[in-house]
Design a protein around this ligand. Structure first.
Ligand code: CDP
Length: 204
């Protein structure tokens, strides 16, 4: 049976961690849709046209560690403003969402455009300073040479671009549960998300 969980929210809000934890907990498949845009963005940095990159994306393109850098994140948010690039990635995401056995997708437009009928929608937010600190810690742990200020300005620029673009702007769906994780650690945020999903599943 299909059961889709859509998780959206601004950069480094904890969507990915919550999505992975929900997928583990409920035995669902997980798709980090940001990786699709990051992979397209990374290819444009190597001189490939954005639409061509989106149309010819293959699984191995999603595997490089380089996709996590702020430079690739910026390239991702630039290609993500191009409607044709977004369209090229829609069918794959929708098919993933409706696969048997349940799916969790995290991104910016999952609850609004990709899966407007998702059984559960979460919109995960946190103060930008808190998000920057979390992402900085994560990147430093991966051995990347970044400053907290670089990370904060990457996050602010992408949030502005992602929410102001005309094509599928980042916004909470009307029926999304907004989860503010500013004052929560990751296990509290995951616990809260599991509670929301479990209540909705119990009612079905
Ligand atoms: O992990 P983080 O929240 O920093 O970013 P991400 O989810 O990997 O997404 C990288 C960029 O891809 C975002 O800033 C968006 O511009 C774009 N994106 C999008 O437009 N739509 C999605 N469903 C997912 C990502």
């Amino acid at each position: 049976m299909a059961f889709s969980i859509a998780i959206d929210g601004p950069a480094a809000s904890g969507k990915g961690t919550i999505a992975r934890a929900l997928a583990d907990h409920f035995g669902f498949a997980h798709l980090d849709t940001g990786l699709l845009y990051r992979a397209v963005g990374a290819r444009t940095l190597n001189g490939v046209d954005a639409l061509e990159a989106a149309q010819t994306l293959v699984a191995e393109d999603l595997e490089s560690d380089e996709l996590r850098t702020p430079a690739v994140a910026q390239a991702a948010s630039r290609v993500a403003t191009i409607p044709e690039v977004r369209s090229a990635l829609v069918d794959f995401q929708r098919a993933f969402a409706r696969r048997d056995g349940g799916a969790v997708l995290d991104g910016r437009d999952i609850g609004t455009v990709i899966c407007p009928d998702a059984e559960v929608k979460l919109f995960v937010v946190a103060d930008d300073e808190v998000r920057a600190q979390r992402r900085f810690d994560e990147l430093v742990k991966k051995g990347m040479d970044v400053t907290r200020q670089d990370v904060l300005s990457d996050i602010r620029q992408r949030d502005a671009r992602d929410s102001e673009r005309a094509a599928a702007p980042m916004t909470a769906a009307g029926d999304a549960h907004v989860l503010d994780t500013t004052q929560m650690n990751i296990s509290q945020a995951v616990e809260e998300a599991i509670k929301i999903v479990a209540e909705i599943r119990a009612r079905r």
